[in-house]
Design a protein around this ligand. Structure first.
Ligand code: NAP
Length: 460
């Protein structure tokens, strides 16, 4: 894939970049590994000051960075500003809390003393997606830089200017050369890097195919890996839900980020007593969305991230229909330039439909009616994915009981699956493994080293 900025609102090529050569990449890895040797000996105060500077620069440059996000991947500009704000919060969060999270943990063995010390492991490779170009990087880079690791980022080929802007922010903040390095290369070259002895671990956020490729290499070369992959979150509406408020959240859950969220609500499952009234209101709200230029604050739904993404989802809708699904709303490309897709509702999606188990990465909601709570749980769990799920009910205890029975990494009650610095994020099943954010986000690429002190005695 060419490394290019193509504005998805117009499909015009804005800028083309040359890929780094194999020699450039080799030099970057050498520098990252060398910098690790010094960085691992810096103290938390120093690392923390750097990350606070990064957070400050993100806030200072918020408008320009948000414009870049919108230009490259089509996110509504107000949401792009929200992404920059969230990314700054993540850098501040780890700057503030890492020292506590990484403090020695005293053990209580039967004899003598023992503790767990958290040590960094080295240069890490992060393969990142385009859908949140800054936030995804923040949640990988911030905890690992605080641990003492160094970072090499292979960002998605369609957001080169965002990836360059992040590297520049680290430079402006005074990061040493090699602490944070951008690898401007295509995806097909990324997996091969995992075999490099100087790279000690790898994290990928993206599709199952790319995840499987990275994980296979990590397994072959015995490297630690974290995978944050796709999802097909269920949005369960129980009979006691507040329908009007639930409909508002259903719209947000589906079309936030133009529908291109791993944790977007994708399968709407309503119990039959309220199903018709929910669906009518949901349909009306989606139909009324203002589709337009993502730079315009009046727009409520922008384009998909690329023409290829728009073609893919419209063909997926077509396959769903051929497999027996019915279109209740939308279903087509929008008749204007750019990668726009109509907000769409599919019904009559039955097992056996070729797309039944697929993720819809765009503004396409699949709607199901079920008899009762148990059927809703069974349907929610009937997915190869296990990322998030949401349950809408006025009975919080009941919501928690439902959450117990859902096979996903995250369950939200009365809110679509969401993210913030102090909540762990990650999935099970085909959605990957490992966690990012919160204290758990510091657990992945760290050596939890046992230090044991014994009374000197005679050997056995
Ligand atoms: P993608 O095609 O897998 O791309 C993600 C990253 O992987 C890009 O940097 C890409 O580089 C690289 N890549 C592609 N093929 C690769 C390979 N064979 N080996 C190594 N790296 C490779 O995914 P996407 O289309 O950008 O993102 C959509 C998917 O990501 C969806 O399934 C979504 O749900 C998931 N996602 C998950 C999370 C989460 O936290 N769980 C968050 C966001 C997105 P190029 O751009 O150069 O191809």
């Amino acid at each position: 894939m060419a490394i290019q900025t193509i504005n998805p609102a117009t499909n015009k090529v804005e800028k083309t970049f040359s890929e780094m050569t194999a020699e450039d990449v080799n030099e970057a890895i050498t520098k990252s590994a060398e910098t690790f040797e010094a960085w691992k000996n810096t103290d938390y105060k120093y690392r923390s000051a750097l990350l606070h500077k990064v957070a400050g620069l993100l806030r200072e440059r918020k408008k320009a960075l948000a414009t870049l996000i919108t230009l490259e991947m089509g996110k509504l500009v107000a949401q792009a500003e929200g992404e920059i704000k969230l990314s700054a919060e993540i850098f501040d969060y780890y700057a503030n809390h890492a020292e506590d999270f990484l403090a020695d943990k005293l053990l209580k063995p039967v004899h003598g003393q023992a503790l767990i010390r958290h040590s960094p492991i080295g240069a890490l490779l992060g393969v990142q997606p385009w859908n949140f170009p800054f936030y995804q990087v923040a949640r990988f880079a911030a905890p690992n830089i605080m641990i003492g690791n160094t970072i090499l980022i292979k960002h998605a080929s369609i957001v080169p200017q965002c990836s360059i802007a992040i590297e520049e922010i680290f430079k402006s903040a005074g990061a040493p050369d090699g602490l944070y390095t951008n690898l401007l290369i295509s995806g097909k070259r990324a997996s091969a890097l995992v075999s490099d002895k100087r790279i000690k671990g790898v994290s990928l956020t993206g599709s199952e195919a790319a995840g499987a490729s990275i994980a296979a290499e990590a397994g072959k070369y015995l490297k630690k890996s974290v995978l944050e992959l796709g999802g097909s979150d269920a949005f369960i509406i129980l009979e006691d839900a507040d329908i009007d408020k639930t409909v508002e959240w259903a719209v947000v859950g589906r079309i936030n980020n133009n529908g291109e969220c791993c944790v977007a609500s994708k399968r709407f499952i309503a119990v039959e007593s309220i199903s018709a009234s929910f669906l009518e209101k949901f349909k009306n709200k989606l139909a009324a969305l203002i589709i337009g230029n993502p730079m315009d604050n009046a727009s409520q739904l922008g384009p998909l991230s690329s023409e290829a993404a728009a073609v893919q989802i419209s063909e997926q809708v077509q396959r769903a229909v051929e497999g027996g699904a019915k279109i209740l709303l939308g279903g087509k490309r929008v008749d204007r330039e750019g990668a726009f897709m109509q907000p769409t509702i599919l019904t009559n999606m039955l097992p056996g439909n070729p797309v039944y188990y697929e993720e819809f990465f765009g503004p396409v909601a699949v709607f199901y009616t079920v008899k009762n709570e148990q059927e809703a749980i069974d349907l929610a769990n009937d997915s190869p994915f296990g990322l998030g799920c949401s349950v809408f009910t006025q009975d919080i205890e009941r919501g928690k009981q439902v959450a117990n029975k859902i096979d996903t990494g995250m369950v939200f009650i009365n809110h679509p699956t969401w993210t913030q610095a102090d909540l762990p994020f990650g999935g099970t099943k085909g959605s990957g493994y490992g966690r990012e954010l919160s204290e758990l986000g510091m657990d992945e690429f760290v050596n939890k080293k046992l230090i044991r002190v014994s009374e000197l005695s005679d050997p056995f």
